[in-house]
Each structure stands twice: as structure tokens, then as C-alpha cells.
Design a protein around this ligand. Structure first.
Ligand code: FES
Length: 130
């Protein structure tokens, strides 16, 4: 069944489980073994946590338009990669995103920011009640 727990296999392919990737220090569960560029789309369209202008990408390894930097599991150093060619694995870390891709704050972190702003700004109606 397709749904939040079972993403559409026509888009993300067949997979057996979810793996954790780290993007800009935050952990995301994505389908195992899909290309990183698809995992980023999963983060955008299924999780609502990424924005990207996909019209900038060729999707077929021609011009390096998806260049990024990753640290593979167990590696000490980050290395350059193409997001359309690299398949995600558990513990993969994206240390530099492809161009225009940006992680969005979660609804929870937005709510926390709003609460913090409200706590520091004081009441919304400075005139107060009569
Ligand atoms: S999407 Fe163009 S080279 Fe990867």
C-alpha cells in the first residue's frame, strides 16, 4: 500500500527498508538504495523538509549539475559526488547540498521559534486591555 509508510515505488523504486541519511546535521529516513537526488526529492515531496529548483538538473549524469559533497559511512573525509549517481546508504552524510537545494525547518522547529519569539517580544497588543 502506498502512503507515508510506503512511498510510491513508481517514483522511488522498490526497496526493502528505510535508511538514515544526515543532511546538514539533521537525520532523515529515506528509502534504501535510491539515488541521492531521489532521496532529496523524497525529503521535499514526502516529508516537506526541502526546497529545490529541479529544473536546474539534468537527472542523467551529463553536466555535473547535481554536484555535492558527502561523507560516506566510516569515512573520515568528505568527497565530491553527483547526487544522481550516488545511492544512499545508512549513515551517508551530505555536507554540501546540490545547488538550490535547501533544508526547510520542521513544523515543530517553526513552532518552537514562534514560541521563543513570543516569549522574548512580549504581548502582541502593547496597548493592553482596559
Ligand atoms: S543531475 Fe545532472 S549530473 Fe546529476
Amino acid at each position: 500500500m502506498i502512503g507515508p509508510d510506503r512511498p510510491n515505488p513508481l517514483i522511488y523504486g522498490d526497496f526493502d527498508r528505510m535508511v538514515t541519511v544526515v543532511v546538514r546535521g539533521e537525520r532523515f529516513a529515506v528509502p534504501e538504495g535510491i539515488p541521492l537526488i531521489r532521496a532529496l526529492q523524497y525529503m521535499q515531496f514526502e516529508l516537506g523538509r526541502l526546497t529545490c529548483d529541479w529544473s536546474l538538473f539534468c537527472f542523467n549524469d551529463t553536466i555535473g549539475c547535481c554536484a555535492c559533497k558527502v561523507r560516506k559511512p566510516g569515512a573520515d573525509e568528505a568527497e565530491g559526488a553527483r547526487a544522481c549517481c550516488l545511492r544512499v546508504e545508512d549513515g551517508l552524510e551530505v555536507v554540501r547540498m546540490p545547488r538550490s537545494a535547501r533544508v526547510l525547518p520542521s513544523a515543530l522547529s517553526l513552532a518552537e521559534a514562534e514560541l521563543a519569539r513570543g516569549a522574548s517580544d512580549g504581548p502582541d497588543d502593547p496597548g493592553g486591555a482596559p
